[in-house]
Design a protein around this ligand. Structure first.
Ligand SMILES: [Zn+2]
Length: 336
């Protein structure tokens, strides 16, 4: 028998009364699920179209039409109460790859989301701490998914790839977890491929797109439940995961918006100094512009003393390999 797809229920918020109704319900939820849709989010020409927020278990899903609400006075489209909820570190925000959404909400509303729990990071964390994955599996994951990182290259450069993890997409995670939840609507995925993300700027928005956005919240909610059931997220590691998630949220902040083809833009590998807090001397990367610990770079030692480091962090060097770009990597003297 064919699976019956039950559409996700949502409330579309494009005026003052719907926003205040949403805010009242969101304020009562023990945690929020957040995901944004728009044109090229995080890019130089990025435009936020929908800010989607769900209550616990996605029981209520609100789609804030950012473009429609722009015409309203500020206290109507981003009431103080909602701003407080979003910026309150005590209110958990469950997200999947929060980086671009964080930039967009900050750019649009001047609100830095706090208390983020990023499931994309929790998935990586669980590989070692719960699933006991070994080094060969870490390397296999890096080489998988058409990342243009052949396994022999990874094996031949153990120092470059030390502690580097491949990122997983939401759909791939749902498949791996064998969750009984419908994945992304293939028709909308095809529309994205054919017309790009500008489809999110059209008004009225196609019902299929609204449904797609609401369904993303439902999928994140289902993953969160699965992660808790399997102890990938538990009371003892949740605070650590939030600290890591906040570092992840800010990881694109220093570089700011970049063009799609920017060689040091985001990639399919997890940046360094996210799972571990930066420690010791921190120095700037010429590529991603982050201040990073020395072990995030290729290091040249004279005896036991660190003499110099590369101007690019190891992740930015890996981006050059993935994008097959010739870019001069220089040595910078290290002085303590
Ligand atoms: Zn870098």
């Amino acid at each position: 028998m064919e699976n019956v797809v039950v559409p996700t229920r949502y409330t579309y918020c494009d005026n003052v009364s719907s926003v205040s109704y949403a805010t009242r319900l969101l304020a009562r939820s023990s945690y929020l699920i957040i995901d944004c849709e728009g044109k090229n989010l995080g890019g130089t020409d990025g435009v936020l179209s929908l800010m989607c927020i769900g209550t616990e278990r996605a029981e209520h899903v609100f789609l804030f039409d950012v473009l429609a609400l722009k015409a309203q006075p500020r206290n109507a489209h981003m009431p103080r109460r909602l701003e407080h909820i979003l910026s309150n570190p005590a209110v958990r925000k469950v997200m999947w790859d929060c980086r671009n959404d964080f930039l967009e909400v900050l750019g649009q509303y001047g609100v830095a989301l706090q208390g983020i729990l990023d499931l994309q990071l929790a998935e990586i964390h669980s590989r070692i701490s719960v699933r006991g994955e070994k080094e060969w599996k870490r390397m296999a994951r890096l080489a998988a998914g058409g990342k243009r990182l052949p396994l022999p290259l990874i094996k031949q450069n153990p120092d470059l790839f030390l502690g580097v993890h491949g990122l997983q997409g939401m759909d791939a995670c749902i498949k791996e977890a064998r969750l009984v939840v419908t994945g992304k609507d293939p028709q909308v995925v095809a529309m994205h491929k054919a017309n790009g993300s500008t489809i999110w700027l059209e008004r009225p928005l196609l019902p299929q797109l609204l449904q797609y956005a609401a369904h993303d919240i439902e999928m994140i909610g289902a993953l969160y439940e699965y992660f808790k059931q399997n102890l990938w997220i538990r009371p003892s590691n949740e605070d650590t995961l939030v600290d890591q998630s906040m570092r992840y949220a800010y990881s694109l902040y220093y570089q700011g918006r970049v063009a799609d083809d920017h060689i040091f833009g985001s990639s399919s590998v997890l940046p360094l100094d996210i799972l571990r807090e930066p420690h010791g001397l921190t120095v700037p990367c010429h590529g991603c512009r982050r201040m990073l610990s020395l072990n995030c770079y290729t290091i040249y030692r004279q005896g036991r003393k660190i003499h110099s480091r590369t101007n690019l962090c190891r992740i930015c060097q890996i981006k050059l390999l993935i994008k097959q770009v010739n870019y001069p990597v220089a040595w910078v003297n290290v002085s303590f």
